[in-house]
Design a protein around this ligand. Structure first.
Ligand SMILES: C[S@@+](CC[C@H](N)C(=O)[O-])C[C@H]1O[C@@H](n2cnc3c(N)ncnc32)[C@H](O)[C@@H]1O
Length: 259
């Protein structure tokens, strides 16, 4: 049954691949319709479907045609190491801090920063509030766990919690060394820090994160040692003057040490 507040933005799309039951369960969990064909009457902009071995998000924004699907990419991004644990170098590792062991990524999104942090060997907990993104991440982390090198090294994928980090951080049993935040900032110019299609789709689906100041306060309360905020280079620091700042390409990692 669809919830009363269903906005009509998303549906699950069964394309004839895989078992229908898995699609029915996915639609049920998300409280969205399930279609086995699409036509001009479909009001939704986003469709979740299993294709090519993974869960993907398709959209029709601006075109009314189904885009190529986007899933959680489990291969390293350009410039990231394949080995595990990869060397802790680069601006992100500097911002996380040399003595950091445990990290909570409180804004996991497509999991790209999380997977970078995971590959560098940190003990990582991921939190994501969007149920749609949490489904995509669950699928991505499942695929990660099947990879040869993960099995050879007997590694578990990162743990994932679905919910609002403002609440979940306050309920953590132990304080992590570092809480990592990468909330959605409004775009200021065409050449933004995250111009990738995946981030454009995320903004279309979820909108900007309006409660990032509250999230920052919750992170400062919950962390053992530091909070790292990734932000576009044009944005004001989220928590006022940071203790340290590390420059990436069109972005900054602002570090706030707990006093
Ligand atoms: C810019 S994206 C993060 C991208 C991510 N760093 C990556 O590498 O793919 C921001 C994500 O944080 C999530 N988010 C924002 N505020 C949150 C909160 N209070 N609790 C949990 N998730 C949150 C949003 O739903 C969105 O998926």
């Amino acid at each position: 049954m669809l919830p009363q507040n269903y906005t009509g933005k998303l549906a699950v799309f069964y394309q004839g691949q895989g078992t229908l039951l898995a699609f029915e369960q996915l639609a049920e969990r998300l409280g969205v319709p399930l279609y086995s064909s699409l036509n001009a009457d479909n009001q939704e902009d986003f469709f979740l479907s299993f294709s090519e071995g993974g869960l993907k998000l398709f959209d029709t924004v601006g075109t009314r045609r189904l885009s190529p699907g986007l899933g959680v990419e489990i291969e390293p991004r350009n410039g990231e190491q394949r080995s595990w644990p990869a060397p802790k170098d680069g601006a992100l590792a500097q911002a996380l801090g040399r003595k950091t062991r445990t990290v909570v990524d409180a804004t996991t999104g497509w999991g790209q920063d999380s997977l970078h942090i995971f590959r560098m060997g940190y003990d990582l907990l991921c939190i994501e509030r969007s149920p749609v993104m949490a489904e995509l991440l669950t699928d991505g982390f499942f695929r990660l766990a099947q990879l040869d090198w993960m099995q050879r090294l007997n590694l578990d994928p990162p743990r994932l919690l679905q919910g609002n980090s403002i609440d979940l951080l306050a309920a953590l049993a132990t304080q992590p060394d570092c809480i990592y935040l990468d909330p959605m900032f409004p775009p200021k110019r065409k050449k933004s820090a995250l111009p990738k299609k995946a981030m454009v789709v995320l903004r279309d689906l979820l909108g900007d994160d309006q409660d990032k100041e509250q999230l920052f306060e919750a992170a400062m309360q919950a962390t053992g040692k530091r909070v790292v905020v990734k932000s576009p280079d044009y944005a004001e620091p989220l928590g006022g003057k940071p203790s340290q700042s590390f420059q990436g390409k069109l972005l900054r990692y602002d570090v706030y040490l707990k006093g």
